[in-house]
Write a protein that binds this ligand. Sequence first.
Ligand code: GAL
Length: 336
Amino acid sequence: MPTKSLERWNRDGDYLKAQFEAAGYQAQLKYSDNDSNQQNNDIQAMIADGVSVLIIAAIDGEALTQTLADAKDAGIPVIAYDRLIMNTDAVSYYVSFDNYTVGVLQGEFVKKAMDLDNAAGPFNIEFTAGDPADNNAGYFFNGAFDTLKPYIDSGKLVVPSGKTTFEQVATPNWSTDTALENMQNTLASYYSDGTVLDIALCSNDSTALGVAQAITSDYAGSNKPVVTGQDGDIANLRNIVDEIQTMTVYKNVSDEAGVTLEVAKALLEGKSPDASLLDSLSADAAYDTSSYDNGTGIIPSYLLVPWTVTKDNLQDLVDTGLYKWDANNQYLESAT
Ligand code: GAL
């Protein structure tokens, strides 16, 4: 797993370890502090230990090529977990969510919240995207941007900072502090004259946390901008109750771990899982053999379904069994 400093990976690691052990496997779980060199060393150590299969959420999708060539030489299959690993033919399968749809859900939410098809506008929007080293980040940004582009082209949506490319709004390491700083600079440069900020389109919760903090501390406007996110992190769910953040795209990572277990089991039984595996999955997923080319060819993928959470359907998270209401029934806590 990439790091413990981004909340969701703690959940992923726990669910993967628990589910593999419950299925009778020994599970080695390592976090690599968002340091790609350390992740290479951690994987090399697992290869030296003779593990049977590698499940990897890459920190930098381009930085594991040599290490995974060693895994292949050792006959160890590799499953790319959540983030695709690039430029290596050592990856057998990819398990993730439909990453482009995550962005589309954020864009669709903005369209509805601002009634973009009917309202006169114009409305001001700023984008905050993810880590350029993370292959997912582009899909999230493109899904949202492609959905809103017609309104940017028509002038109904305006980007006062002019930052409309992924490179201009990317946030290394998905860092909350960097997102905070970037938004503070944008507010100071383009909004200190009373310009209204209507929408802050953030690709995930760790960046949304920083952006929401900047809006709370540095935005002079009296309106509450729409703030998007992804992951269902506890602090962000709290902000959704307090209307500091407006929505998050939820991805049930316990299900993601479950699908990964089924793929690994099939591989360890010498099988080549395909669409027929879907029948044995408890989670809703699609088998995709066209969307994800890692530079060495298409990687067969199992893609789970993300969905939108606002303050009106927080109970749906409790119904997953992974969250519970706090003692005052006001905020959500982790139930695991
Ligand atoms: C992405 C992941 C997101 C988000 C982000 C930061 O790869 O798909 O869910 O958590 O990393 O950790």
